[in-house]
Design a protein around this ligand. Sequence first.
Ligand SMILES: [Mn+2]
Length: 259
Amino acid sequence: MFSRLFGKKERAGPPSTGGRRVYAIGDIHGRHDLLEALVREIGRDVVETPPLAQPLLIFLGDYVDRGPGSAQAVDMILRLQGESGFEIRALKGNHEEALLRFLDEPSFGSTWAEHGGSATLASYGVQPPATRTDPTAWAEAAAAFAAVLPGAHLDFYRSLDLMAEVGDYAFVHAGVRPGVPLAHQEERDLLWIRGEFLQATGPFGKVIVHGHTPMEEPQVTPHRLGLDTGAYATGVLTAVRLDDEGQRFIQARVNRAAA
Ligand SMILES: [Mn+2]
């Protein structure tokens, strides 16, 4: 009779966060306006349903590029690290990788600009080169960028994590390579992978919470949650609230026309 009670443990109900309340936020891409609205929504949620312990706020990367407020979005995250009641974890996206590469290798600027890097420079008050392929102009832009980039921002970009694990969940920017244990995943896959991960059904070792590939709606399968709703283009920034009760999406949105 006891074997029925204490027999093989099946996971009943939703995946566990080990008792923590977790909020994870998808790709911001310079939309500090949406980040501000979303953090307000999350703050409201915490007040309405207070967690037992300090909640965890996890950012999935791609803070910069495309939208107009890259520097402002990073300022906001740094402020949250100092002042809020949240424990903050910030992950690295492929766009932060590009920003760091540009600082080391100014000629990479022409490639970075094709992926929205000029908007990041402008958000720091640096005029992007008029011609994308002029190496001298990019060297000057990189020097100007290095001169104005606050030390706290450089430290932030350099100290971003590749993965965060909480209970049954693992948080990454892009995804994981199927068939490879989480502990052996490579940075390139964590920051860049798309098709091989998105087409795989899983399991992946843990439930993967990720951004990187924009979709109209948040993606939910038993083995992954995709939070990138293309905030830059759509005006919709998505977070998910996770705890041992379940999963709930929280979104901030503005009219497309106002974006
Ligand atoms: Mn990305």
